[in-house]
Write a protein that binds this ligand. Structure first.
Ligand code: 0GY
Length: 295
């Protein structure tokens, strides 16, 4: 683990908010353990191991039912730790993989059988070296045939340049962490308005109202991030997802208490109906379309 890397919270508080039965944590990761699943040589950071057992224990402790596990950059394009976690979780987890243009059809089929339902395209420069857009577009065409979708991670200042590319993608596109707005600028700033317009004009674009801990300036309980998430939940109730982002890689300011993160939910989805859409209906439609009515 890097010397300045903060490990996940050792004993998060029990949330006051009770998630509805069947709730999905739609953004979280597994890291290692390194002796079984070594980190990628090209990684930009070395995290603390965060194995599947810890993730599933946290899921139960926080009162959630399912996870969507996202391949993180520290594992590069080797999705073995992700696939192993998906196989252990059975129908209780689905995955978002990272693949290169050389991935074979058989590898994609194997990942599909394990529960992968999306690929992630990462544009955050501190996390990955840039991938040419034509390569991403080629991958997009292939995974679309499997019925998968695309998760994109970028920072607010890169959105304007990315819009033509995002509009070319042939599947549902889920934007991580609200496109990482600068919360100091407020919800009325042209940067956040650009993001709202993107969603308003493209009904295949969804977003995760996640990561107040990364976006905040004021710190927990994240009052400064609430207006952004709440606006998205109310404007696009059928296209929002929520996730813990456990184990919170690369946090520098503080390590969030996952119980406090769960307690943000009723402040951004203020009715039971909005909570049900955010935590159950939307992630089930995207990741478990075959069992939407099951808890
Ligand atoms: C997140 C955020 C981060 C890291 C990664 O792939 C990753 O390594 O996504 C980050 O550092 O902002 O979603 O976990």
């Amino acid at each position: 683990m890097d010397p300045d890397y903060l490990p996940f919270h050792p004993n998060p508080s029990k949330p006051t908010f009770k998630a509805p039965p069947g709730a999905v944590d739609a953004h979280c990761h597994v890291f290692g353990p390194a002796h079984l699943f070594p980190y990628a040589p090209e990684r930009k950071y070395t995290p603390c191991d965060a194995p599947k057992e810890k993730l599933f224990g946290l899921r139960d402790y926080l009162g959630f039912s399912r996870n969507v596990i996202v391949q993180a950059s520290c594992h590069g394009k080797n999705n073995d730790a992700l696939v192993d976690a998906l196989k252990s979780a059975g129908r209780l987890a689905r995955g978002v993989a990272v693949v290169g243009q050389n991935v074979s059809d058989d590898e994609l089929k194997e990942m599909d059988a394990a529960g992968v339902r999306a690929v992630r395209f990462n544009f955050v420069k501190r996390l990955v070296d840039a991938t040419p857009k034509e390569i991403f577009l080629g991958i997009a065409e292939r995974i679309a045939k499997l019925g998968w979708h695309i998760v994109v991670y970028f920072e607010a200042q890169d959105l304007e340049d990315l819009i033509p590319f995002l509009k070319q993608l042939p599947t549902i596109v889920v934007v991580d962490h609200m496109g990482r707005p600068d919360v100091k600028k407020g919800v009325d700033h042209p940067d956040f308005k650009r993001f709202i317009v993107l969603l308003a004009e493209n009904d295949n674009i969804w977003t995760k109202v996640s990561c107040p801990e990364r976006l905040t300036v004021s710190g927990p309980p994240y009052d400064d991030v609430i207006p952004f998430s709440r606006m998205l939940v109310e404007r696009f109730p059928d296209r929002v997802l929520w996730g813990t982002d456990w184990p919170h890689p690369n946090m520098k300011s503080h390590m969030p208490d996952d119980g406090i993160l769960v307690d943000v939910i009723p402040r951004i989805a203020v009715t039971e109906e909005l909570q049900r859409k955010l935590l159950i209906d939307n992630p089930m439609r995207l990741y478990w379309p075959e069992e939407r009515s099951a808890p």
